[in-house]
Write a protein that binds this ligand. Structure first.
Ligand code: SF4
Length: 293
């Protein structure tokens, strides 16, 4: 890893801002979109860029905001990857979010988030905190192949349960669904059953498929060659160089997903899920006179 002093941290517009404290990721997911060439990495993806001044930058940027809102993290790199263990920059940033009364929406695959559960609980009590966990593969053997350097699905479900016990709402990202690999009704229903059992608020799917583009595609195909002989050729035959690779079972999977979510009152469209995540209740959005002086 290497350290930089960033010029700014928050991106986005009024109502929702995101931050990436790290650039690159050590979790090794074979399908990772963040590897795509369009993001113009000037360093190897695993050589994590650490924005060492992130907490100070965040403090400056939040201080200058006139309205409170939700602050997201985890869209481009996992905020709880290995180096967080030692650096605790995600935690320090969340402390700043809490100090200024903002809400937090955190996306991760790692059980390291549990080390901050007390802080997340406090943010949720004083404003709002939403924890988002990605679940793609119920079979933990398969999970070890497609997401090799992070805790398995069983453990991530335990994380969801722990959040639930504290009353911290959770969203599951059921994506990507890899054609011919995890695109079975059995896989999707097994994950959904766990989501129902632990009481997740919403589930985001993006059409029951995968996206691939330059940079990401090469890495994925290399993994297919190592773990699924002959699969790369099958992909090339079915999808050529397409960006979107919907599963041939997409309709059946989507029907099953919608039916189960509706039956159990789980938010199931990206709009509903993002609407829930991005909303900070009004009583928290107004700064009081005391806050301004
Ligand atoms: S956790 Fe996310 S950012 Fe990290 S390798 Fe996996 S998909 Fe990429």
């Amino acid at each position: 890893m290497h350290f930089v002093n960033a010029k700014g941290l928050l991106t986005g517009r009024h109502g929702f801002f995101g931050m990436n404290i790290y650039r690159g990721c050590s979790h090794g997911c074979i399908y990772c979109d963040s590897r795509s060439r369009c993001y113009q990495f000037t360093h190897p993806f695993e050589d994590i860029e650490v924005k060492q001044n992130a907490p100070e930058l965040l403090e400056k940027e939040l201080k200058a905001k006139r309205h409170r809102c939700m602050i997201g993290t985890g869209a481009m790199s996992d905020p709880y990857m290995h180096c967080e263990e030692e650096l605790r920059l995600t935690r320090k940033c969340l402390e700043v979010v809490h100090k200024y009364g903002f809400g937090a929406a955190i996306q991760t695959k790692s059980d390291r988030i549990l080390q901050d559960i007390d802080l997340l609980d406090e943010i949720n009590r004083s404003a709002k905190c939403v924890v988002q966990i990605t679940l793609t593969t119920y079979d933990d053997e398969l999970c070890r192949i497609v997401e090799p350097n992070v805790c398995n699905t069983k453990r991530r479900i335990q994380v969801l349960e722990e959040m639930q016990k504290r009353g911290i709402p959770t969203i599951v990202w059921l994506t990507p669904i890899l054609p011919f690999i995890n695109d079975t009704v059995e896989n999707v229903t097994s994950i959904l059953n766990e989501c129902i059992r632990v009481g997740v608020r919403g589930i985001i799917d993006f059409g029951m498929g995968l996206t691939l583009r330059e940079g990401d595609r090469e890495y994925y195909y290399k993994a297919l060659d190592s773990f699924f002989p002959g699969m790369k050729q099958r992909y090339i035959q079915c999808y050529g160089n397409a960006y979107e690779l919907p599963s041939p079972n997409a309709k059946a999977l989507k029907d099953c997903f919608q039916t189960i979510c509706k039956a159990h009152g789980i938010l199931s469209s990206p709009d509903e899920c993002f609407g829930f995540m991005n909303e900070l209740p009004e009583k928290y959005t107004q700064l009081s006179l005391f806050d301004i002086v």
